[in-house]
Design a protein around this ligand. Structure first.
Ligand code: ZN
Ligand code: ZN
Ligand code: FE
Length: 328
């Protein structure tokens, strides 16, 4: 069974894909060979970065007819799921890629966003990266993922709604304003280069959440200039290196890229950005979103964001020092 089911209570789609329970988990199933390592037939040939179809997609270009129900609404699960391989190496994080390689990853993100966004049935191209077993990663070879969705997902829909309202009322971009405010306050800024600002938001949910905002008001990755792509690559490498330097172990995280929808409408008021959510609240404790977060949608932040930003800033200094000495 593969279909979209509408939740009329929360106004959102759920993707039902029963075949996905068959997918391998390499730590549990002791997968003999990594499907993304060079000897695998799936990834034959010469490449540095590579996009390929997800073998267990929850959305497909030619989905079966959905269930008919007398009350509930369903829809075909039409879309695409891709995997973006960042390296032939079996281990590593974004910060382990060279700046040049990371820039190629950014280029590939932009290229796949444009390409899949052009498909008639694709309204939103969501690119993300899961790292670490606690996040639920099943294949360890470094990779990002892409879901080409036939709808605008609810988190982005909420961002569009608030930023549209702000733009109408104030005549400026909400995200540009937030970036300026964060730069002025400075206490939550963790890293900055000429084109991007990385900060722990005033209103963060996760203890070490970081957002990466381009300084220029743009809505999607393909709009980035060559120079800005290098700057984004630098920012993403630095954020991940900062996380790994924070507690001295490889930090799991979710990375989400928020771009404008690809449904052909105008979203001039929106602003490209990248968000990171690591699940740790201290060296040996995970933050578990539980009753108040999951049951009510209200988050508690058990520290001062400004203190957590200070910790991250110190880790960023170590990370930057390390990477510049590695370049010598
Ligand atoms: Zn591998
Ligand atoms: Zn903006
Ligand atoms: Fe966002």
């Amino acid at each position: 069974m593969q279909e979209l089911r509408w939740n009329p209570v929360l106004d959102e789609w759920v993707i039902v894909a029963s075949h996905r329970k068959e997918r391998p988990v390499d730590s549990v199933d002791k997968v003999k060979q990594c499907p993304f390592c060079p000897t695998s037939p799936e990834v034959e040939g010469e490449w540095e970065v590579l996009s390929l179809p997800n073998k267990f997609p929850s959305l497909v270009p030619n989905p079966p007819e959905p269930t008919k129900h007398r009350f509930y609404r369903t829809k075909q699960a039409r879309g695409m799921c891709e995997v973006i391989l960042e390296t032939k190496e079996h281990e590593g994080d974004l910060c382990d890629l060279t700046l040049e390689r990371m820039k190629k990853v950014v280029d590939l993100y932009a290229e796949r966003y444009s390409k899949l966004g052009k498909l008639r049935y694709v309204k939103y191209v969501f690119i993300f990266r899961n790292k670490g077993e606690v996040i639920g990663v099943t294949l360890h070879h470094p990779h990002s993922q892409l879901y080409a969705l036939p709808f605008i997902p609810p988190v982005v829909a909420r961002e569009l709604k608030s930023s549209k309202r702000y733009y109408r009322k104030r005549g400026e971009c909400l995200f540009c304003r937030i970036r300026r405010v964060e730069e002025e306050d400075a206490v939550r800024v963790v890293y900055e280069n000429v084109d991007f600002t990385c900060f722990l938001p005033f209103y963060a949910k996760w203890p070490y959440e970081l957002h990466v905002y381009p300084k220029r008001h743009i809505q999607s990755l393909p709009e980035l200039t060559e120079k800005e792509r290098i700057s984004l690559a630098d920012a993403l490498r630095t954020v991940t290196a900062t996380y790994n330097a924070l507690f001295g172990f490889s930090m799991p995280y979710i990375m989400a890229i928020h771009q404008k929808p690809t449904d052909g409408k105008s979203y001039d008021y929106y602003h490209l950005h990248v968000e990171f959510y690591p699940p740790y609240r201290s060296r040996d404790k995970l933050k578990y979103p539980a009753g108040i977060e999951r049951g009510a949608g209200t988050w508690t932040y058990d520290a001062a964001p400004e203190e957590k930003a200070e910790e991250l800033r110190k880790a960023a200094l170590i990370a930057v020092k390390k990477s510049s000495s590695a370049r010598l």
